[in-house]
Design a protein around this ligand. Sequence first.
Ligand code: CP3
Length: 345
Amino acid sequence: MADQEIPALLRVLNGERLDPPPIWIMRQAGRYLPEYRELRTRAKNFLDFCYSPALATEAVMQPLRRFPLDAAILFSDILVVPDALGQKVWFVEGEGPRLEPLIGQETWSFGDSEKAIQRLAPVYEAVERIRAAIPKDIALIGFAGAPWTVATYMLQGRGGDKDDARMEVYRRPEDVDALLDVLVETTAQHLAAQVRAGADCLQIFESWAEGLPPLIFQRVIVGPTRKLFARVRELGVTVPIIGFPRGAGSGIGAYAHETGVNALGVDTQTSAMEVIEAAPEGMALQGNLDPLTLIVGGAALEKAARDVLNDFRFVPHIFNLGHGITPQATPENVERLVKIVKGQV
Ligand code: CP3
């Protein structure tokens, strides 16, 4: 492939520095887009939406029609994995996900990984359709939740603070380790299947890395993530993997050095200087504009975006937010942001 044909996102993931940097937006297909809200009404519930290859493909295409983004991300959810493992999962409008919690159940049992992957066939069909629908110079990102983050939802049955999940690590350490092992194996197979279907790179969402004592951080995040990546490689996957350990704080260095991750998603609260210092030299860094600036817009957005560009100018950088875009953000502000990053204003 000639250089120009390799998607900019992949060039940066391979360690190149590009000016302007490639840009995509976490949750770029979502409720801030009126056409997404319309599309969403066509499925009975959110999981059905995720399991419809046609609807998922359309959701991915929507932001690409509006903005010249450098990547598309599979439309799915991190909670399809517990669903496929046989745990009851549903979404309450305006509140978020609910699961039948493991906490309080005497024994924790799950379906096997191979069956789970069979149930996830519509997701891989969506990946194939999306890859066929988007131009070659746009990278397609596959994704999954990291074992600990998915485990917190499985344990507690909902989001909110993660105290109950953390207490379970002290109360039932062996059971939690066994749960994390099931998630490592199933998630590895889920990621490998996405790559076989056409994903160009992968992102792992560790949304709940915050608040853990260092030893627990090692036990539930660094250890299982290292196992996950090793297993993904064993399954023949060679594409780059972006890890996004949101809220890792002082654990970011251990995460960057010890898991085998290829690139680092940087959250809103972390300074560029901190992460550049903590990560191995030359590692691609992705982030970290405050998503709230896409609600506020105007001069505040302009300044915040230019600050991010400036802070990461000496490293391989992928422009993104420090967390997912909110439903209150406006498409006009996103359009403006992309122009700022691309140097068109
Ligand atoms: O980024 C994308 O455009 C791809 C799609 C994507 C979704 N969820 C679609 C979605 C991705 C990458 C995710 C990841 C995800 N899901 C995470 C990790 C990222 C993060 O935000 O920390 C987590 C923790 C989940 C679990 C989950 N799914 C929650 C907490 C919610 C409710 C969020 C809310 O704001 O209400 C969901 C639902 C969900 N997943 C929506 C979308 C577009 C909104 C539901 C809807 O459209 O009805």
